[in-house]
Design a protein around this ligand. Structure first.
Ligand code: SF4
Length: 355
């Protein structure tokens, strides 16, 4: 008979699987066998783990579930090749993942929460409020399924989909460990980027546990403006955010990244560019400028291309490494800030979970 409290085995970190094996007086290599079947072979049933004894498979079946955590609802392909995947969760909520092909890279943008509590005013996900954190199995299955649909071609992972990854820190760390462990998915930490809107204490905690690329969603050169477009800034202002960010242990030969969504007539003036350059003076970093993608009901407009180039030119005049991130998949609402899967069964209200 199955233990009624059994959890999905993919919610366990590599260390937790080792602990399970040890606590049950099994030989250590059993942990590697389990990881091979789960993450290299992608089985969805314990009976498929054919080099395990029937007794051991029954024991796993008794202890855990191995239910698929995601069901593909729809795949949309943009004219630029970007693919957006809409997944349904077991509770009926929906999330999105986006695969962005770019020369030799195939980058998967992963969601970490259902909705988001932070309410950045340029982001569709922020209009939904936060319903809940995604479990590790729901996060890692985005990678496993999209990789399978695309002939195992994912090269990079960015946690920039729906939700604030650092508001789901424990599960994020588990997933990063599953992605990077040589016996699991064996992805280089240099190919993983976590984006944050600026949860300062969690930046420090993440850096104590893993070394991956960090992208800070900055979007304003002053507290006054950042307070207005990113409410989290009222709790963790720019000075505290920069102090925490520069201490973050990015991998060797990698740079701290700042994301700057350019909003027409809001944060895109010459003066904003000069102030931003002075703010980041002395910080070893790269800046990604992201021209805003218009999407109803967000209140902003896209900047003109001339304005984008001028903003870049000013930053470069300060010898800052800056690049314009092309909008990808905007025709399928798959571009940065446009993700907002619908929730067929639940009405979202503003009073839902606060951080
Ligand atoms: S930009 Fe990120 S942190 Fe801000 S509301 Fe959107 S998902 Fe949340």
């Amino acid at each position: 008979m199955k233990d009624k409290d059994s959890i999905n085995i993919k919610d366990l970190s590599p260390q937790e699987i080792q602990d399970f094996v040890r606590d049950n007086n099994l030989q250590p290599f059993r942990a590697r066998q389990i990881s091979k079947w789960l993450y290299k072979k992608g089985v969805t049933n314990f009976d498929e783990m054919s080099d395990l004894s029937k007794e051991f498979r029954d024991f796993l079946e008794f202890s855990f579930s191995l239910e698929p955590s995601l069901q593909l609802v729809e795949e949309q392909v943009s004219e630029d090749g970007t693919k957006k995947y809409l997944f349904k969760l077991s509770d009926g909520n929906q999330i999105e993942s986006v695969l962005i092909p770019d020369k030799k890279r195939n980058t998967l943008c992963i969601s970490s929460q259902v909705g988001c509590a932070l309410g950045c005013t340029f982001c569709m996900t922020g209009t939904l409020g936060k319903l809940r954190n995604l479990r590790p199995s729901e996060i890692i299955d985005q990678y496993i399924l999209v990789n399978k649909y695309n002939e195992n071609s994912i090269t990079n992972v960015v946690f920039m989909g729906m939700g604030e990854p650092l508001d789901n820190l424990d599960n994020l760390v588990k997933v990063i460990n599953i992605l990077t462990d040589p016996h699991y998915l064996a992805l280089s930490p240099k190919r993983i980027t976590v984006s944050t809107s600026g949860l300062v204490p969690q930046i420090k905690k993440l850096g104590e546990q893993v070394s991956v690329n960090l992208a800070v969603s900055l979007n304003a050169p002053t507290d006054e403006l950042r307070d207005e477009i990113m409410p989290i800034n009222k709790r963790y202002p720019i000075k505290a955010l920069l102090e925490a960010s520069v201490k973050f242990p990015v991998p060797n030969r990698k740079y701290l990244m700042f994301e700057y969504v350019l909003l027409k007539d809001k944060n895109d003036s010459d003066s904003d560019a000069h102030t931003l350059a002075k703010l980041l003076r002395g910080i070893k970093c790269k800046i990604n400028i992201i021209p805003f993608n218009e999407a109803y009901p967000l209140p902003y407009k896209s900047p003109t291309w001339d304005r984008v180039l001028k903003f870049q030119e000013i930053l470069m005049s300060y010898r800052i490494n800056v690049r314009i991130r092309k909008s990808r998949g905007s025709d399928i609402l798959g571009a940065c800030g446009q993700l907002a899967a619908t929730y067929p069964s639940i009405k979202v209200t503003e009073t839902q979970t606060q951080i």
